[in-house]
Design a protein. Structure first.
Length: 94
């Protein structure tokens, strides 16, 4: 698991575990990773970091995914993130 720096060292930083499911595992090449983001980062900022790290295959997945932030399932990109975020693309089957 890589620790990825999101920005310079000037602002306080927080380490976040990002867990991927379904198609997000294929696009990222891993089932989880740790990233470092500015304290108080939003879901939009985390999505941009993930997109820049994993490139074009991840972009359409991030657009349609829901995110589990703590106990809250959300698509609100202004939502502040915590220490763990799950990326949940739409699942097929049932």
């Amino acid at each position: 698991m890589d620790d990825v720096q999101a920005s310079g060292d000037a602002a306080p930083q927080t380490r976040v575990e990002v867990r991927y499911f379904a198609a997000a595992v294929d696009a990222s090449g891993c089932d989880s990773e740790y990233v470092t983001v500015p304290t108080g980062a939003t879901l939009a900022e985390l999505r941009e970091l993930i997109r820049s790290r994993h490139g074009a295959p991840m972009e359409p997945i991030l657009r349609v995914s829901a995110y589990l932030v703590g106990d809250d399932l959300t698509r609100d990109l202004d939502r502040a993130i915590g220490s763990r975020v799950d990326v949940l693309p739409p699942f097929a089957g049932g």
